[in-house]
Design a protein around this ligand. Structure first.
Ligand SMILES: [Zn+2]
Length: 423
């Protein structure tokens, strides 16, 4: 027997074992599969709660972005599930709905202990990776969830919430949002209130990452000036490329770099492609009217508002606009890497939260290796790609844990002491 086949055999078998994503080379796939891939924003809990969706679903016709199978195919190692409470329809029960969504994530993990585990730390994410399980983390999207109550913030931390977006699209009692900053009917605070600053410091002390996605520009700068730990933007893209107020200016990107934080790029077409954004804006009144019509009809019939139906309406409208190429998304990663540095950019997909409007080729978490291929094609090294895929977020998370340890063990300073006194 010739010795050569013996030498080639391990190489061949490793190639055969590796599942290649269509359009992804063996080299890109190997880089991708060797990384701990972290995504910091998926709205799947809405589906867990409202649709009774099972993350173990293998339905080939399911249009969702996240399932355990899809995560496995895309080598997704950790997902931060978004705990998002719609502020209009949940008035008077923000905390209740927050708890319900948190419960929905735990219930999924309990159903699939062999493939998924709750995770609360960098060490947990690394352990899940070794055990080939999806690490499930939680981030609260919108400070209104704490009902201006520091006790609730701490309770959420105890339940495992590891980041909080200071505001969603709505300005709350203590933080201005980019979503309504030009609405004169909304009472604004010129950024963060004193209580808002105490929330940021209490998050630092607890070890909960401070997320500045969605906030108004002034809130962003107030947060940067207040925080003792690096911040994250859990799902934000670059305003220099797309003129969405939700996207971050170059000056903001540089401020995050200086702070040591990370900007996790949002995949939503209206945030990554200017043509798509304009087309979406042009039809926004029609979409709002269609939504309103549905809501009124539900009310008239005495039915609760069905979010799955509302999402179907949004999807129909989004589908009218051509999807931009994957290049649009990669341009944002590349831009942030150039302006802030490659240590300050990562992935915050907004999966299951954008009515299906992701760029061509990205239909679910299974397609994440295509991003690695595209970065490789642009000349990014394996080391830098792995930072973008998750290394940067893990670094920031680790630093947030360290700041928390230092603040918890150190003398209670006046600000922290005050934070404990506030309701
Ligand atoms: Zn969002």
């Amino acid at each position: 027997m010739n010795i050569r086949p013996l030498l080639v055999l391990p190489f061949l078998s490793s190639l055969l074992l590796a599942q290649l994503t269509p359009g992804v080379s063996a080299k890109a796939q190997a880089i991708h599969d060797s990384a701990i891939v972290v995504d910091t924003h998926a709205d799947t809990p809405q589906r867990f709660l409202d649709e009774n969706f099972d993350i173990g679903s293998t339905d080939p016709n399911d249009i969702g972005h996240i399932s355990l199978d899809k995560a496995k195919r895309g080598n997704l190692g950790a997902e931060f599930f978004s705990i998002w409470v719609e502020p209009e329809t949940n008035q008077g029960r923000y905390a209740k709905h927050t708890f319900d969504l948190i419960d929905s994530v735990y219930e999924q993990a309990a159903r699939h202990p062999d493939r998924m585990m709750m995770a609360f730390s960098v060490a947990d994410i690394e352990r899940a990776h070794k055990e080939h399980k999806l690490a499930a983390l939680m981030g609260i999207e919108g400070g209104h969830s704490i009902e201006a109550d520091m006790h609730l913030l701490r309770d959420y931390y105890r339940l495992g919430v590891r980041y909080m977006t200071l505001s969603w699209s709505n300005t709350n009692e203590w933080a201005d949002s980019s979503g309504d900053i030009n609405d004169e009917k909304v009472q604004h605070h010129n950024g963060l209130t004193d209580f808002g600053k105490q929330v940021v410091l209490e998050m630092n002390r607890l070890g909960m990452m401070v997320d500045i996605s969605h906030v108004a520009d002034k809130t962003f700068y107030d947060t940067i000036a207040t925080t003792k730990a690096p911040v994250i933007a859990s799902h934000s893209s670059a305003r220099a490329l797309v003129n969405a107020p939700r996207d971050m200016t170059d000056d903001m990107l540089r401020a995050v770099a200086k702070n040591g934080g990370v900007v996790q790029v949002n995949f939503f077409n209206a945030f990554i492609d200017e043509d798509f954004r304009k087309a979406a804006e042009a039809q926004s009144k029609d979409v709002a009217a269609a939504r309103q019509q549905f809501i009124e009809k539900s009310k008239a019939e005495g039915k609760p508002i069905n979010y799955i139906e509302l999402d179907r309406i949004e999807r129909e409208w989004m589908a009218k606009i051509p999807r931009p190429p994957l290049k649009s998304l990669i341009d944002h990663i590349d831009h942030i890497a150039k302006v802030a540095g490659v240590d300050h950019v990562g992935l915050g997909s907004d999966f299951d939260g954008v009515s299906g409007a992701t760029p061509q080729g990205i239909d679910s978490a299974a397609d994440l290796p295509k991003i690695t291929q595209a970065l490789l094609d642009r000349g990014y090294s394996a080391t830098d790609i792995k930072k973008i895929l998750g290394g940067n977020l893990l670094r920031v998370f680790r630093q947030v844990e360290q700041v928390s340890e230092a603040m918890r063990s150190g003398p209670i300073d006046t600000v922290d002491g005050a934070a404990r006194e506030v309701k």
